[in-house]
Design a protein around this ligand. Structure first.
Ligand code: MLT
Ligand code: MN
Ligand code: ZN
Length: 301
């Protein structure tokens, strides 16, 4: 399979329109490459592309793919993705669906029942799109492998019980709001695990990561108190469902124990100093052999 990072930034992108943090200002000064919002695409050997998460930057991301001849064009106004797979119902991972409303066919969307519910009630994109191109919902159940193409199978695994801010959840509810995906190519046996929203790494996740040839993982925040320390938010990284990279128990420490051949951070928030080219933080990540995702990065597994 071929994998392309469409957008390596978290919600808000890099730089974020209203942010004057050091990283955003460095990017505006032309000293750090900008990044669009969180999404990837995968392609099977037969040529079908699948979109995983639909960011508010999807229009630009598709045009970038088109300019690099990624698509075999199949007709005017057709959607260049066979289907769309959603890991959660967060605004940064779903708002792009509205931009795809001009599609000549209904959008085929794999999503969990909770995501479908969220996008029908709290943020009713599915309901709205019914009056445009239409939506065909395809269930994505935790623990079940689904063949999305003759050579590609995906398995969703539970990652987060944190609902989007616009949804209510019963206190203590164990409802799964965010999943990760393990994608296997049956021809090459290449395995990718995608986990853009990750609050903790337990043993079963460690095993999953070690059984993968490449992992694309949550690189949102460097420290747990990153936003409160900058005076731009009240919640810690962990309260937002994102395991910070640094510190005891942080993802860098945990990833150092893993044998996964390729580890790449994605969903990187604009405040994260790893986005600044010469920063100590970036050097720390790279010296551990972990890559920092960027828009347009493509590789095969
Ligand atoms: C997240 O990744 O935690 C969400 O996208 C944050 C948000 O609500 O924008
Ligand atoms: Mn996000
Ligand atoms: Zn910023």
């Amino acid at each position: 399979m071929l994998i392309r990072i469409l957008g390596a930034a978290a919600g808000g992108g890099f730089p974020q329109w209203n942010c004057l943090c050091q990283s955003c200002e460095t990017s505006r000064a032309g000293k750090a490459a900008g990044l669009t919002q969180s999404s990837i695409a995968i392609r099977s050997q037969s040529g079908d592309w699948f979109l995983i998460n639909a960011s508010p930057d999807v229009r630009l991301q598709i045009e970038q793919m088109r300019s690099q001849q990624c698509f075999v064009e199949t007709g005017q106004r057709s959607l260049p993705f066979t289907s769309i797979i959603l890991t959660d119902a967060e605004i940064d991972h779903t708002t792009g669906l509205m931009l795809l409303r001009e599609s000549s066919q209904p959008l085929k969307i794999y999503a969990s029942a909770s995501v479908k519910q969220a996008l029908t009630t709290g943020y009713p994109l599915f309901a709205t799109l019914q009056n445009y191109c239409g939506v065909e919902w395809l269930p994505l159940d935790v623990g079940k492998s689904i063949a999305i193409a003759s050579e590609l199978e995906i398995e969703a695994f539970a990652l987060s019980t944190k609902p989007p801010k616009y949804m209510q959840s019963e206190p203590g509810s164990q409802e799964i709001w965010g999943v990760g995906l393990t994608i296997r190519d049956r021809n090459t046996n290449g395995v990718l695990t995608y986990a853009p929203g990750l609050g903790a790494i337990d043993q079963s996740l460690q095993r999953r990561f070690e059984a993968s040839d490449c992992i694309l993982i949550d690189g949102t925040f460097w420290t747990n108190d990153e936003l409160p320390a900058l005076g731009i938010g009240g919640r810690s990284a962990l309260q937002m469902g994102h395991l910070p990279l640094s510190g005891a128990g942080g993802s860098l420490e945990q990833l150092a124990q893993l044998k996964t051949a390729r580890q790449i951070f994605v969903h990187i928030n604009n405040t994260n100093p790893i986005l600044i080219p010469d920063s100590l933080e970036r050097q720390t990540v790279e010296s551990q052999g972990i890559e920092i995702g960027w828009d347009g990065l493509m590789f095969t597994l």
